[in-house]
Design a protein around this ligand. Structure first.
Ligand code: AHR
Length: 502
């Protein structure tokens, strides 16, 4: 069997892991909100119409923060439509997804849902069709205690206490021609700077995320980040990265190598932030918010048909990717890449959370279940908190269609606050298992307490409402002293170690 060698040391530290790395995203899109988290009349709903079966799954996945309400949707959104008496809220055409938005769920409802789901809100403001004035107004509405027009309106609308939203997105993908009110980098940089300033003058405890490029494939990628940050560096805390991968040509090896691209993307944007920092002689560091990431390609064709059949419909089943086992491996690899860059990536939002390119699926009037990608996300969010350690990994490498020198094994390690160490590892070798030799140096004598493996013989295996447990992680016997840790061919592994007792 092949061998991979992993060296970890207490003193080889990348960074503390910001718990917001394990965030997610809910957009007013498709069935994310309506018949996703909210379905009045469903047998599993609470008094407010929220599905408790979904809330339980969100809690199980341990999601610390949820970006809301968009996405492309936010660039035409009037936040005022989403507050006040529900029966007086306007129905609007959403040009982003060609659907009708009823505004039945808005800011108050979502804040209440987040509380129930044990998560926090990351709120995006509209810098597409609107501007800094509307952005600072919603900060005042959400966060100011009272005694001003907008904060008193919130109280009148039933929320005496502020929502205390700490993290705000300055628009969404403003470089994309598909975006309502798309802008050049300079136009956006200026407006983002003014919005950030006014939002922070309203509440100086908030943090804000400027839009980076919507993907590395944009012609303006790189130049966009440099120009935008040139205008707003002093007033922003993070710049966003969005990245989706697919396997449309059924080349699993190449697909699983995509995280080489993600790593490069992260390092490039971090370098651009630092170049602007240098040019400005600034002291502060702008970090990264990977606030949309996932696999996304399965549903593209069916969505085009749907839009033709039902323009301006409500709660259409859009972007409903059904994830298979290999997608779960890629999600695991993406999490590993984020952990290995935890010194710069502070926020991550798996896009999205329910029904829309999501780990959690629902059927209107029916069940809720976890897709394959739910499991690496849940395990990383639960066990990947603490300090990300620098993994020195030696293993065989291979080439794929688009990548060279792809390590067969990729791994990240987190020193948890209770002194245990958790290793997350993917064996990309599709045919052979690999023995993982761990040298834990200053940790002393450690023993494996558990080893969970996610593997399926069929790369295309999926979980469905009828068969929700087809692809599930399973504990394998922890190797005893002197025995090897084995990473099966094509597997996601979570290995926990603790100090050996005599
Ligand atoms: O997550 C789906 C969409 O992907 C978002 O609305 C947009 O920001 C991105 O292009």
């Amino acid at each position: 069997m092949k061998t991979a060698r992993l060296i970890l040391d207490k003193d080889y530290v990348i960074s503390e892991v910001d718990k917001r790395l394990y965030g997610s995203f809910i957009e007013h899109l498709g069935r994310a909100v309506y018949t996703g988290i909210y379905e009045p009349g469903h047998p599993a709903t609470d008094q407010s119409g929220f599905r408790e079966d979904v809330i339980r799954l969100v809690q199980k996945m341990n999601v610390p923060i949820v970006r809301y309400p968009g996405g492309n949707f936010v660039s035409g959104f009037r936040w005022e439509d989403s507050v006040g008496p529900v029966n007086e809220r306007p129905r609007r055409l959403d040009l982003a997804w060609k659907t009708t938005e009823t505004n039945a769920v808005g800011l108050h409802e979502f804040a209440a849902w987040a509380k129930k789901a044990h998560t926090e809100v990351m709120y995006a403001v509209n810098l597409g069709t609107r501007g800094p004035e509307d952005a600072r107004n919603v900060v005042e509405y959400a966060n100011h205690r009272g005694g001003s027009y907008w904060s008193d309106l919130r109280r009148k609308n039933g929320a005496e206490e502020p929502f205390n939203i700490r993290l705000w997105c300055l628009g969404n993908e403003m470089d994309g021609p598909w975006q309502m009110g798309a802008k050049t980098a300079y136009e956006y940089g200026r407006i983002a700077n003014e919005a950030a300033k006014m939002m922070k003058w309203t509440d100086d405890s908030i943090e804000v995320v400027a839009c980076g490029s919507s993907s590395t494939g944009m012609k303006t990628f790189g130049d966009w980040e440099y120009t935008v940050l040139g205008e707003c560096y002093d007033n922003v805390d993070y710049v966003s990265l969005h990245r989706y991968y697919g396997n449309p040509h059924n080349d699993t090896q190449d697909f699983l190598a995509s995280t080489m691209d993600l790593d490069n993307f992260i390092k490039t944007v971090a370098s651009i932030c630092d170049a602007v920092k240098g040019a400005k002689h600034a002291k502060k560091q702008v970090n990264l918010s990977l606030d949309e990431w996932n696999v996304w390609y399965h549903s593209s064709e069916q969505d085009q048909q749907l839009h033709k059949r039902e323009p301006w419909g409500q709660a259409l089943p859009l972007l409903e990717d059904v994830y298979n086992f290999e997608d779960a491996l890629l999600v695991g690899l993406m999490l590993i890449t984020m952990l290995k860059n935890a010194d710069r990536v502070k926020i991550g939002c798996l896009a999205q959370l329910v029904n829309v390119i999501a780990p959690i699926m629902t059927r209107p009037g029916g069940g809720a279940w976890a897709q394959t990608i739910f499991y690496p996300m849940m395990q990383a969010s639960t066990l990947g908190r603490g300090t990300s350690l620098l993994p020195i990994l030696t293993c065989d490498k291979h080439d794929t269609k688009h990548f060279t020198d792809v390590p067969d094994v990729d791994a990240a390690a987190v020193m948890n606050d209770d002194g245990t160490v958790t290793i997350f590892a993917v064996n990309r070798n599709l045919t052979e298992g690999v023995t993982l030799e761990c040298d834990l140096r200053a940790f002393g004598d450690m023993r494996v307490v558990s080893h969970s493996v996610l593997h399926h013989d069929d790369m295309k295996a999926v979980n469905t409402e009828e068969h929700p447990c087809e692809v599930l992680p399973a504990d394998v016997p922890a190797p005893r002293k002197g025995e090897d840790i084995v990473l099966p061919a094509a597997s996601w592994n979570v290995i926990r170690l603790e100090k050996a007792r005599d």
